[in-house]
Design a binder for this molecule. Structure first.
Ligand SMILES: *Cc1c(COP(=O)(O)O)cnc(C)c1O
Length: 399
């Protein structure tokens, strides 16, 4: 990829996504489950650009959404309604109502209270709600605490016994149709053991439900497959899929998987221009035109992203790569060896395709970056750079 050319043509800061890589990753995962019925539901929150969603819809992907806004995005991008799932710990009434009317595949419930709420709304609309229940299997995903979700101390899902109670209620309700079971224990998992363990626990629950004549059709193993940012080891998709299948035994279900990061993480590059190099006593800073409002992962999780300077290889020693925002937490890297930089050099921040743009904001009244797709060696704009007018659009009529 010619990053200089892309930066020249579209400006910086800029997100660039390799659509061929995304295609390849989707196919890898689909193939891993080829022995069974499977539905790969891309987690929209990882990167919700409409063109990314359209590409995945064209490949046959379903979509895992966590707000009605994401459901609308998926539908706009050409997703089939029977391939859309709505999850999330706190769904508003209007979201549940719209999801019901949109007739999506299933609504994933995360509490008893939510089930009763959905039941009321469904009755009022004279519809029937296909539901799944997010079970919290209480296994330790051994990932960063902010992205670990499968322990009882987390806000997500319900414990096994509550789930059982809910399934029995749903089966006896005229408004609810239990069709799925779901778990998602965390993100950026580089060890598959916890997922396989969780699959075993939830598979056992499914067996017990079967004995109660509650026939689950969709076994949703969540997302969370880790990727290589620095020196992680890739998980084997074969072992992952086989491990899950083994826990299922002979149960005839469609396996649903909700990858976000795995599909788009390493497809993305964040390009930013060097503004200045600055020295405070011994310390070197490279100040760039991108900032934490564009890519917050280093600030939020202390996440590592590979960084290079286009066209330069010889290190000039350690430096911090920082943005212009008025926060000490506004950095992309600390104590990283990088070449001497001049104003205008292009810096590439790797592995930026997941939780990059989708977590961006207008903090410091900074316009959000443009997004570009590269596919079959051609590139095209898939989101315009914001301008000042965009930032103030919803306020200016009030002053
Ligand atoms: C965030 C999330 C995902 C996607 O996680 P990745 O780590 O990006 O694969 C999938 N399912 C649920 C319920 C999520 O909350």
């Amino acid at each position: 990829m010619d990053f200089n050319e892309l930066a020249r043509e579209y400006g910086t800061p800029l997100y660039v996504y390799d659509f061929d890589y995304i295609t390849n990753r989707y196919n890898m995962l689909k193939d891993a489950f080829s022995a069974r019925k499977s539905l790969i539901c891309y987690a929209v929150k990882a990167n919700s650009n409409l063109s990314v969603l359209k590409l995945l819809a064209s490949l046959g992907a379903g979509f895992d959404c966590v707000s009605i806004g994401e459901v609308r995005r998926a539908l706009l991008a050409g997703a089939k309604k029977y391939q859309i799932i709505l999850s999330g710990v706190g769904k508003r009434d209007d979201e549940l109502e719209e999801a019901l009317k949109s007739d999506i595949l299933m609504i994933n419930l995360e509490s008893e209270a939510e089930m009763y709420r959905l039941e009321d709304i469904t009755k009022k609309l004279n519809l029937k709600a296909r539901i799944s229940i997010r079970v919290n299997p209480d296994v330790d995903a051994k990932t960063h605490p902010y992205i670990s979700t499968g322990l009882n101390e987390n806000k997500f899902g319900v414990d096994i016994n509550t789930a059982k109670k809910m399934y029995i209620h749903a089966k006896n309700s005229a408004a609810l149709e239990p069709v799925g079971v779901h778990f998602h224990i965390g993100s950026q998992l580089t060890n598959i053991e916890p997922i396989i363990e969780a699959a075993g626990i939830v598979s056992e629950l499914m067996r017990e439900l079967k004995a109660l004549e509650i026939d689950i059709k969709f076994f949703d193993v969540g997302g969370g497959i880790g990727i290589i940012y620095q020196n992680e080891t890739d998980i084997s998709l074969y072992d992952y899929a086989q491990g899950i299948l083994a826990k299922l035994g002979g149960q005839d279900v469609t396996i649903v998987c909700e990858p976000g990061r795995f599909i788009v993480g390493n497809a993305g590059y964040f390009l930013t221009s060097v503004l200045y190099e600055k020295f405070n006593k011994q310390k070197r800073f490279i100040i760039v035109d991108g900032a934490m409002n564009d890519l917050i992962r280093p600030s939020l999780y202390g996440a590592y992203h590979g960084i290079s300077v286009v066209g330069k290889n010889t290190s000039a020693g350690a430096c911090d790569v920082v943005g212009p925002i008025c926060e000490s937490g506004d950095f992309f890297a600390k104590n990283l060896n990088l070449p001497a930089c001049e104003s205008g050099d292009i810096i590439v921040i790797k592995s930026a395709g997941a939780y990059g743009f989708s977590m961006s904001s207008n903090y410091n009244s900074r316009a959000r970056a443009a997004e570009v797709a590269v596919q079959d060696k051609a590139h095209r704009l898939i989101r315009k750079r914001e301008n000042f007018e965009d930032i103030i659009a919803l306020e200016k009529e009030f002053i």
